[in-house]
Design a protein around this ligand. Structure first.
Ligand SMILES: *Cc1c(COP(=O)(O)O)cnc(C)c1O
Length: 369
């Protein structure tokens, strides 16, 4: 056999992937910044969750429960779901990837909306599927545009509701219409990472998944529960969907401490209620502040999540503001790589952070405008 002297070559569909860009916590010159770039809970997490986590970390030698049984039971009780229709994951990130891998491959198509969550693109390309991007409507999901792209090769449709990075919401009626327009062998992955921020907690999605064999709901402990560091997500769907996920997930995919912390977090409803109320109050406040800056060309996209996407349509660009905010000590999310070079996504922070950010923003607009 002739000697093979070149480096190993990754598959072409893998080379086409742009690695996920996480929200930054430091400036390029290494200063620690107030981080409003990753939609984390500014209030932290439940003290009960921290206590459970610390306790679980006292015995590190044993593998965790591979099936996350106690956590699935707790989730079932809390959300009124059948616990055997739940699978837990290393963040919902793992589950989004598994959904693509389980149902699509080379020659198949996966659809998501323009300005959708960037993980969908990675998940789709990883399994060699063809990516199909549907045009948005006012930065949100356009059901008709999406359905127009469905064909016999479509295997998976990803929709985040509320959507990240734009914060938009697709009504229950529209979501039901989207589902009704899909072939029954095409999986609708309904990503509800921000579901707990909705006033009604988004139960219509669970009902859709209970009734239909091609709907998978994903949720996470990374957002309102404030457990992003531990990487805990879960999915709900009919048994055949959950079986697929169980077949291909990592065997011990949720840590023992993560399972314990998540169970405790579910019981602390006061913390979640407080987080939701705080978010609603300050998101409204922030939206009003942005509205008062419309003379500078600023416009906030209406948000149902824990962040605001602000569009810059005036003289001062999003990039200028992004860099100047960093000088002022705040890091927000600028997403030119996702076609949103004229916007900034700002996570709702603590009162002090929100007031400080808006004050800095006003000063920047006055200096540069
Ligand atoms: C944050 C987020 C997730 C959650 O990711 P984890 O892996 O659970 O931390 C999933 N989907 C969307 C749209 C998100 O914004």
């Amino acid at each position: 056999m002739a000697a093979r002297m070149s480096n190993p070559e990754a598959k072409p569909w893998i080379n086409a992937i742009h690695a996920y860009t996480p929200g930054k916590a430091k400036s390029d010159d290494g200063r620690v910044l107030i981080k409003l770039s990753a939609n984390e809970n500014p209030l932290g997490c439940s003290e009960d969750a921290t206590a459970a986590l610390v306790d679980a970390k006292s015995s590190l030698a044993r593998y965790p429960d591979p099936a996350s049984n106690a956590l699935r039971e707790a989730l079932g009780a809390h959300y009124h779901l059948e616990s055997d229709r739940i699978v837990c994951g290393t963040g919902s990130d793992e589950l989004l990837n598994l959904a693509a891998m389980g149902y699509a491959g080379a020659g198949d198509e996966i659809i998501y909306v323009r300005y959708g969550f960037s993980v969908y693109d990675i998940a789709a390309r990883k399994c060699a599927a063809t990516v199909v991007v549907a045009p948005d409507r006012d930065y949100g999901t356009d059901v008709d545009a999406l359905l127009a792209l469905v064909n016999e090769r479509t295997r998976v449709v990803f929709v985040a509701n509320p959507n990240n990075p734009t914060g938009t919401y697709c009504t229950d009626e529209d979501m039901a219409r989207l589902h009704a327009g899909l072939p029954s062998d095409c999986v609708l992955v309904l990503d509800q990472a921000y579901g707990e921020y909705l006033e009604d907690d988004g139960p219509a999605a669970f009902n859709l998944a209970r009734q239909h064999g091609n709907v998978l709901i994903t949720r996470t402990f990374s957002k309102i529960y404030g457990l992003a560091a531990e990487r805990i997500g879960w999915a709900y769907g009919q048994p055949h969907l959950i079986e697929t996920m169980n077949r291909i997930r990592a065997p011990f995919n949720v840590t023992a401490a993560g399972q314990a912390a998540a169970i405790a977090a579910l019981s602390d409803t006061a913390f979640v209620d407080h987080s939701r109320a705080h978010n609603r109050e300050w998101r409204d406040w922030m939206a009003n502040e942005i509205a008062s800056l419309s003379n500078h060309g600023l416009k906030a996209v209406p948000s149902w999540a824990n962040f605001l996407m602000i569009m810059f349509e005036g003289k001062v660009s999003a990039e200028t503001v992004y860099l100047a905010l960093m000088d002022a000590g705040y890091i927000v999310r600028w997403l030119p790589g996702q076609g949103l070079g004229n916007g900034l996504r700002i996570t709702i922070g603590t009162e002090e952070e929100n007031r400080g950010l808006v004050q800095a923003l006003r000063a920047i607009l006055e200096t540069n405008g």
